[in-house]
Design a protein around this ligand. Structure first.
Ligand SMILES: N[C@@H](CCC(=O)N[C@@H](CS)C(=O)NCC(=O)O)C(=O)O
Length: 198
């Protein structure tokens, strides 16, 4: 498969991580998340949202959205439960990630990486929402859970690890979230774990 990728993107990291776990070889076409001027020319026909990750199968079909790509490849593997309720719980966390984590932790981190100076009110509200999202994960793990769903490592963990483990790059402190940090440690020792910089 061919992955339109950005090295700094947590959304792309999720996909690289699962493909690595599954031993699926992939080629990378690197796109800049800062200079987007070539975006329509390069992936306009593949992903109407013009974003990365965008994945192209060997038969020419394409699939976008990190969660959809994870779901497609994880289905039928150990990384996605077969039980209907547990699958819904995986989706619960993946939707939470897209609404509560990504727009806050990822956007604030992107500002830091790209040297963007945000409007103070926007920064403050995203920072507060990001803290609420981290607290929600902390509370979920406080019930004695080792992983987010089904007491085992799934694509829910892959999806939520991506931006939470680099939250400090956006200026968030993980010090108040010891259970989140312990969960990060458990994710990081999974066989085939790769770094976001790999
Ligand atoms: N909901 C999408 C978000 C994808 C996304 O925001 N991609 C960013 C990089 S992390 C991007 O393409 N940014 C450049 C742009 O918007 O043109 C997903 O989960 O894949």
């Amino acid at each position: 498969v061919l992955l339109y990728n950005s090295a700094v993107s947590g959304n792309c990291y999720k996909v690289r991580q699962l493909l690595t776990h599954l031993g699926i070889p992939y080629e990378i076409h690197e796109l800049s998340v800062i200079d987007r001027s070539d975006r329509a020319d390069v992936i306009g026909g593949l992903n109407p949202a013009l974003r990365v990750p965008t994945l192209v199968f060997d038969d020419g079909r394409s699939l976008a959205e990190s969660g959809a790509i994870l779901w497609h490849f994880a289905d039928g593997t150990d990384y996605l439960p077969s039980d209907a309720f547990e699958r819904a719980q995986v989706l619960q966390w993946m939707f939470f990630e897209q609404y509560d984590i990504e727009p806050n932790l990822a956007v604030v981190r992107f500002w830091a990486i790209a040297g963007i100076d945000p409007a103070p009110a926007d920064a403050a509200s995203r920072r507060a929402a990001g803290e609420r999202a981290l607290s929600a994960i902390e509370g979920h793990l406080a019930a004695g859970r080792a992983f987010l769903v089904a007491e085992r490592y799934t694509i829910a963990d892959i999806a939520l690890y991506a931006y939470t483990h680099v939250a400090e790059e956006g200026g968030f402190s993980l010090a108040p979230y010891p259970l989140v940090r312990a969960w990060h440690d458990r994710v990081a020792v999974q066989p085939g774990h790769i770094l976001i910089t790999e």
